[in-house]
Design a protein around this ligand. Structure first.
Ligand code: SF4
Length: 167
């Protein structure tokens, strides 16, 4: 039976089987280290804002998307939603949830902590909760997230951060 990919699923990246090694689960287990790394990246991005402004944010979009996508796809199975909330979700990308839920899990999490839709995949939000417990600011997982803005899909979150948005 063919599977229908969900809105933010890249056709080349089907849901992860938790039994196989994936950097996404590694990054999640090292959420505190990722949190520290991200705060450094955030400072650098904000510091570079005058340079990006000089070059032009629109001109920076394409190269920045290429860099961000390469790094975050490898580390988090990022789907380039353009409005990153990794630091509020225990370093588990919510766009890997087949229902694209950004405010916690649905009611269908299996007893073993796996996804209701893909039985072999650990629930993104179970992993997010575990990751958040390792983080200094992990309680941000309690924050209510805004609805996803589909117009930002494919755009660089990092450029948005350099302009003052929070990742
Ligand atoms: S929240 Fe969005 S930008 Fe962040 S890792 Fe997930 S898809 Fe990528």
């Amino acid at each position: 039976m063919s599977r229908v990919p969900f809105a933010f699923e890249a056709s080349t990246k089907p849901p992860r089987d938790g039994s196989k090694f994936a950097l996404r689960f590694w990054a999640n287990r090292h959420a505190r280290g990722m949190e520290i790394t991200y705060s450094i990246v955030e400072s650098v991005l904000r510091g570079l804002a005058p340079v990006f402004k000089l070059i032009g944010y629109e001109r920076m979009e394409k190269p920045m998307v290429a860099v961000e996508k390469t790094i975050k796809s490898a580390l988090f199975d990022c789907r380039m939603c353009g409005q990153c909330i990794l630091s509020s979700t225990g370093m588990s990308c919510p766009m890997n949830c087949p229902k694209n839920l950004r405010n916690g899990p649905c009611g269908g999490v299996r007893a073993n902590g796996n996804c209701e839709v893909y039985a072999e995949m650990p629930c993104v939000w179970v992993k997010g909760w575990e990751g958040s417990r390792l983080m200094k600011e992990g309680d941000k997982i309690m924050d209510v997230q805004k609805p996803i803005d589909h117009r930002l899909k494919g755009r660089s979150s990092w450029l948005a951060v350099s302009q003052g948005a929070h990742e």
